[in-house]
Design a binder for this molecule. Structure first.
Ligand code: GAP
Length: 474
């Protein structure tokens, strides 16, 4: 039976806003509001059975693409809590601030840079306190110490990057690397955001995928920024993100971070319904030699003084060919896992409406990202032979791909559920399967069905579970 016959010419409608994804995510087990049993915790989210798979698939795709498929990148996994001096010399203790203002009338507190018309978003008044800096690193205390012991203060990392810089020499020497080469890290970061919100777009706890690409001081840094922008546009394309929903923002000088000489942000159309639809998906920065220099014991300032009297290492590099020692420069593509997941979900979302006006949601996820690759569905759940065969097929597929068995509804409902969570293939076991040792494989996107021998099934599915091809326009 082919469902496309019933549905005529499909009309696809992309996600009209983030709220559509919030509702789907909760309904289908991707993302839940955190701590709901206690009334929730503002802007904190828990990833459910499908959400954790999707996040893992995004991270694995990224790791495979950079660390396995290229030959110039290594991986690390550093501590989340680092020596406090890391954050002193990286500049985060002094400068990782949001500027806050309070409304004198309603006592509301806001980020100064987000108030554009001088009016309080809560009460409309224009009576503000002076702006003051608020450091957004999340603090903790190490050990069994008194509450006010300043020596126990530590931070949860606000970026994964510093764990890479302080390991530069460890990686370079143990892996016998020559420039240029990169180090990648994926993991949690924390920021005490003043105004978190918009679902998983801005949260206080989030995950980053960062890579520091180390090059000579004489390299063409700006061209390398462009190169990594292109690389990431292609990668996002392979995840199913439409190039039309991405926008490049050349960060102007006055907005650059203290370490950056050039940054290009790749923005995604998270708010298609708004006048300003774009928000940052990732940034690609030329961080100069700032970080390796600032953590090094031998680096001197303009007056000839050591800039870091606390460091015991020198993170410089000796170039054998040029017989020169220097601090490598860094090109840093820094992406958010959660923002990538949100962009992927928004771009994959589609609705199909039939002649009767019935609407089905289909999540057209790239097969490599789909939480479940194949759902095995018995056509008759009261027939032990069919159920047994379906469960055996699930077990045989599991070592090669993520498969589930589901008999919790009629076949139409089961197909609809799998379409909505983005499962590329539904495999139906019917009465005939008992005779011919074959099953029906239904494609999520075309709803076309074909009969495949059980012995050929794993190979057949694996061949079709390839990443989306990168669109020609990129
Ligand atoms: N090491 C450079 C760095 O951290 P960033 O632009 O502050 O640069 C990189 O962060 C990426 O991390 C952002 O483009 C975004 O995808 C993600 N990110 C940053 N803050 C976030 C937050 N509060 N919630 C979710 N993702 C965030």
């Amino acid at each position: 039976m082919c469902f496309s016959c019933f549905f005529g010419n499909p009309v696809f409608v992309p996600a009209p806003n983030i709220d559509t994804i919030v509702s789907l995510a909760k309904r289908r087990g991707f993302v839940f509001p955190s701590s709901e049993v206690y009334g929730g915790l503002g802007s904190a989210w828990d990833y459910g059975p499908l959400g954790v798979e999707l996040c893992n698939n995004v991270k694995q795709a990224w790791w495979r693409w950079l660390v396995y498929e290229r030959d110039d990148i290594e991986g690390v996994d550093s501590s989340i809590i680092l020596n406090r001096l890391v954050w002193k010399y990286s500049g985060h203790e002094a400068t990782f601030n949001d500027w806050l203002i309070d409304c004198r009338k309603c006592k509301g507190r806001f980020r100064a840079d987000k108030i554009t018309d001088n009016k309080c978003p809560s009460c409309g008044a224009s009576d503000w306190t002076e702006a003051r800096p608020f450091n957004t690193m999340l603090q903790t205390k190490l050990g069994a110490v008194a509450d006010d012991d300043p020596a126990a203060l530590a931070y949860l990392r606000p970026e994964t990057a510093q764990g890479i810089f302080i390991n530069f020499l460890n990686v370079q020497t143990t892996m016998r690397r020559k420039l240029p080469f990169g180090i990648a890290q994926v993991g949690k970061s924390f920021r005490n955001e003043v105004t978190p919100g918009n679902f998983i777009l801005r949260t206080r706890e989030f995950e980053q995928m960062e890579m520091e690409y180390f090059v000579a001081p004489t390299a063409e840094h700006s061209k390398l920024v462009d190169y990594w922008v292109e690389q990431y546009l292609e990668w996002f394309g392979s995840l199913g993100i439409n190039r039309e929903n991405l926008f490049l923002y050349e960060v102007p000088g006055e907005e650059l971070a203290h370490y950056s000489k050039r940054t290009v942000d790749i923005m995604y159309r998270y708010f298609p319904e708004r006048e300003k639809p774009w928000e940052e998906l990732m940034g690609i920065a030329w961080r100069t030699d700032f970080d390796l220099g600032t953590h090094s014991k031998n680096k001197l300032d303009a007056e000839g003084k050591r800039i870091n009297p606390d460091s015991t290492e020198d993170l410089s590099y000796f170039d054998e060919a040029a017989k020169q020692r220097f601090y490598p420069h860094v090109i840093e593509p820094a992406a958010g896992v959660n923002r990538t997941v949100l962009a992927v979900l928004m771009d994959a979302y589609s609705e199909k409406t039939n002649d009767k006006g019935e609407t089905r949601v289909i999540l057209k996820l790239s097969p490599q990202l789909a939480p479940i690759k194949a759902a095995i569905l018995p056509l008759a759940k009261n027939k032990p032979e069919i159920v047994g065969m379906a469960k055996a097929i699930k077990r045989s597929l599991q070592p090669v791909l993520r498969a589930v068995y589901d008999d919790t509804g009629g076949i139409g409902k089961l197909y609809a559920r799998q379409d909505e969570i983005g499962t590329p293939f539904c495999i139906t076991v019917d009465h005939q399967s008992l005779e011919d040792e074959a099953v029906t494989v239904r494609d999520r996107d075309t709803w076309e069905q074909e009969r495949i021998k059980v012995t050929d099934l794993a190979e057949h599915l694996q061949k079709r579970l390839k990443p989306f091809p990168v669109p020609e326009s990129i």
